[in-house]
Each structure stands twice: as C-alpha cells, then as structure tokens.
Design a protein around this ligand. Structure first.
Ligand code: HMG
Ligand code: MG
Length: 299
C-alpha cells in the first residue's frame, strides 16, 4: 500500500459534465472550456461523444467540437464512440483516442446503450479492430462498478469480468465508473482488488461521481491501492442522463488539491483550473460543486 508518485488526470467535464445539462451548451463555449483546461495543464481531455443525437442531444455537435479544437501539443483529446458508426465519424474528425463504454449491470446496459452486456462486447469488438487499423487508442469504461440505479448492489466479480473482457479485446486502460456515486471507501477497495487480480493496476482508472459526497474518500482509498489515473470534471459538472439522480463527477479542483496535499504530482496549475471552473459555472449558470474552486475564487 503506497501512493503513486504522480497521477494522470482525465478531464471529463466537457463530455460527462455537459452531456447532462438541461439545454445543450453552445459549441464555442465548449471549445473555450476545453482550451482553458489544456492551458491549466490537463493533458487528457474527453472532448465529445459520438452517440445518437436523439439519445443525448447535448453532444449532437460532436463533429463541430472535434473539428474546432485548438489542438495543443502533448494533449490528448478523446471522444466516446459506442459503435462503428460513432468511431468512423470520430476518425473523420481526427480523433486520436476514443472510448467504448460498457457496464457491469445488465439493466443499466440496456437503458444506456440499448443492448445487453454480451451484445455490447460484440459491438465493441469491431470498434477495437477498426481503431487499431487506424492507430487510434481505445479506452474502456465500465459503469455501475459500485452500484446500479436499477439493480442496486453489483458484485465485484461482475465488474472484474467485464473489465477483463474489454482489456483482452485491446482497451489500453479500463476506467471504473461509480456512475451513481453510491460507493464508499472499503467497497471501492474491494471492487478494485477484484479487478486488479485480472488487470494490472497501471491499466486502471478511477471514475467516481460524487452524489453521496464520497468521491474524494473513495479516491483516497484507491490511491492507497496504487491507482494513478483519475477521471474528474471541472467544477464537478455533470451526471449521467441514463442514471437518474446521479450528480457530477468528483471535481477536478478538489482532486488536484487532495493529491497536492499528498505530495503526488499532476502537472496541473490549481489556480488556473479553479478560475476555469469559476468561469464555466458563471457562463452556463450552474452551481460550482468544487469546494476548492469556490474557496479559491473568493480569495
Ligand atoms: P440504438 O438505437 O440501439 O442503435 O442506439 P441503432 O444502431 O439501432 O441506431 C438507432 C439510430 O441511432 C439510427 O438513427 C442511427 O443512425 C443512430 P435513425 O435511423 O433512427 O435516425 N445512431 C447514431 N447516431 C450518431 N452516432 C452514433 C450512432 N449510432 C446509432 N454513434 C446507441 C445505440 C449506443 C447509439 C444509443 O443507445 C446511444 O446513443 N446511447 C447514448 C448513451 C450515452 O451517451 N450515455 C451517456 C454516456 S455513458 C456515461 O456517461 C457513463 C460514463 O461516464 C462512465 C460512468 O460514469 O459510469 C462513461
Ligand atoms: Mg461518468
């Protein structure tokens, strides 16, 4: 049990955050947000989602976003692609990394992507194959790793099984999603231990939502286990349109403050990040859910 010396933050605010807004946010604001996050030192930004605009209208401008990016050196701009149709569109827009997203819960899989877990894996196989041909890396998400809005408790071995399938299919990293934020630290540790029996810790990421205010505690627990990749969302924006009541991801500012305090490096400028969180929440008229962001903006 020891903390990693550095952590890579994957900023998911422009996707996981803005996908949940009641009204779509204009493309120019999304692009400004993404650029400000990059300038604050974030090196991996999930910028868009190539899903059906009927299912998630907030992400309908995925092409405009990916084509409009001011691509800065050293930054990965990734996008969600649930199927080949999404992948082909993302490739046309120059995506250098994409993500497929599955679940450890059957019911959530049906509600989120309209197919069973087994069918989702069948859909992802050609996505991984085509991405490989195009030299594009694929990340794999597993949702509901610490609970499901429809099924309740999810056994760690279910999480391990889907994660292993995605990893063996060629996903370079598996992001473990506490989609509805019901996890607690011991549960998070046990789930991670089950997954880490199948996949090296260095290939795993923690993607925690903060619905019950446990996300930072859960992160502390998995950092102790050796997790070194954390997904977060500036100002704690977001939720999931297919997980009613789920609040946003853990706030990026709060994560950076936590890891700074632990002496873990991230390369991120906390003041610039907090200013970005303040700016986006003011611009879209939403509350700033980052306690650190709010405290710093009052200074
Ligand atoms: P489907 O209806 O089963 O698919 O949807 P289909 O192949 O039968 O196609 C139906 C229609 O969608 C057709 O259009 C297709 O062209 C279109 P129509 O003929 O009706 O006009 N379509 C597409 N359009 C654009 N891009 C595409 C695409 N694919 C089909 N890629 C599908 C299956 C997956 C597309 C649908 O269920 C969907 O879009 N779901 C969205 C799910 C979503 O975005 N959820 C939120 C993200 S996941 C998340 O937030 C969790 C995460 O953060 C981790 C965590 O916290 O746990 C990642
Ligand atoms: Mg999420």
């Amino acid at each position: 049990m020891s903390f990693p010396s550095s952590v890579r933050l994957v900023e998911v605010g422009p996707r996981d955050g803005l996908q949940n807004e009641p009204e779509p946010i204009d493309t120019a604001t999304k692009l400004a947000l993404i650029d400000r996050l990059g300038l604050a030192g974030i090196r991996h930004i999930e910028a868009a989602s190539f899903v059906s605009p009927k299912w998630v209208p907030q992400m309908a401008d995925h092409r405009e976003v990916m084509n409009g990016l001011e691509r800065r050196e050293g930054i990965t701009y990734s996008a969600l692609t649930p199927n080949l149709k999404g992948l082909e569109a993302a490739l046309e827009c120059g995506a250098e990394e994409v993500a497929v997203f599955g679940a450890a819960s059957e019911t959530f899989s049906q509600k989120n992507i309209n197919c069973s877990v087994a069918e989702s894996l069948e859909r992802f196989a050609p996505v991984l194959e085509r991405a490989k041909q195009a030299n594009v890396r694929v990340r794999g998400y597993v949702s509901c790793v610490l609970g499901c809005p429809y099924e309740g408790e999810i056994a760690p071995d279910k999480v391990a099984k889907v994660s292993k399938a995605l990893f063996e299919m060629g996903c370079y990293e598996i992001s473990l999603g506490d989609t509805i934020g019901t996890g607690t630290p011991l549960k998070a540790k046990r789930m991670l231990e089950a997954v880490a029996k199948e996949i090296p810790m260095a290939k795993l990421a923690a993607h925690f939502h903060d619905t019950y205010g446990q996300a930072l505690a859960n992160l502390y627990a998995v950092l102790e286990e050796g997790i070194a990749v954390i997904d977060s969302s500036v100002a704690g924006l977001g939720g999931c349109p297919y997980a009613k009541g789920a609040s946003g991801n853990v706030a990026s500012e709060d994560v950076v403050y936590l890891i700074n305090g632990l002496g873990i490096k991230s390369g991120i400028d906390l003041d610039a990040l907090a200013a970005t969180g303040h700016w986006i929440t003011q611009t879209i008229g939403r509350p700033n859910r980052s306690k650190v962001g709010v405290a710093l903006s009052k200074k």
